[in-house]
Design a protein around this ligand. Structure first.
Ligand code: FES
Length: 168
């Protein structure tokens, strides 16, 4: 069903929790601190539908300074090399990844202390995760941040072939 579909091109990213829960994420809301968001698509009647049916659809959004983002981030999939979005679901065992309170602009998983670097493709910088968090391509549409492609690599719980099937 549509509420379980993964983040899909054209979806608007909306706040997941906090004061602005359900509202579109604005550029001004973003910084080097993690903002969690849901993808919002449309139901069969064309009404807005937040894709909360799969908890693995939560994403982590950041805005860094120009020049801070580097390889292996896919730069064309960012907005101006500054706004970058990843799955928020840890590749180790599926926990929701948070800010690393010890290191600004870095991510840490509360479950087993997996660490990721969102300025560099969310590569693993510590702990047990087997690989980076998948990056989600985004672009601006007016003042909204929208999904412009599927996760570039399979998110937590998907093999390559499962993921190819899921995108259809
Ligand atoms: Fe994230 Fe284990 S679930 S480190």
């Amino acid at each position: 069903t549509r509420d379980k579909m993964p983040p899909t091109p054209g979806d608007i990213l909306v706040h997941a929790g906090g004061d602005k829960d359900g509202q579109p994420v604005q550029v001004a809301d973003l910084s080097e601190k993690l903002v969690r968001a849901w993808p919002m698509g449309k139901d069969a009647d064309g009404n807005p539908l937040i894709r909360k049916g799969d908890p693995n659809n939560v994403v982590a959004m950041y805005k860094f300074q120009a020049g801070q983002i580097g390889a292996p981030t896919n730069i064309p999939a960012t907005i101006d090399g500054q706004i970058v979005v990843y799955s928020d679901i840890c590749m180790h065992a599926g926990c929701s990844v948070s800010d690393d309170d010890q290191k600004a602009g870095q991510m840490k998983c509360p479950c087993h202390s997996g660490q990721y670097d969102p300025m560099h493709g969310a590569k693993v910088t510590g702990g047990p995760p087997p690989g980076p968090l998948p990056q989600l391509p985004v672009k601006m549409d007016g003042d909204k941040i929208v999904v412009s492609g599927f996760f570039l690599t399979p998110p937590y719980g998907f093999t390559e072939s499962d993921w190819e099937a899921r995108k259809k």
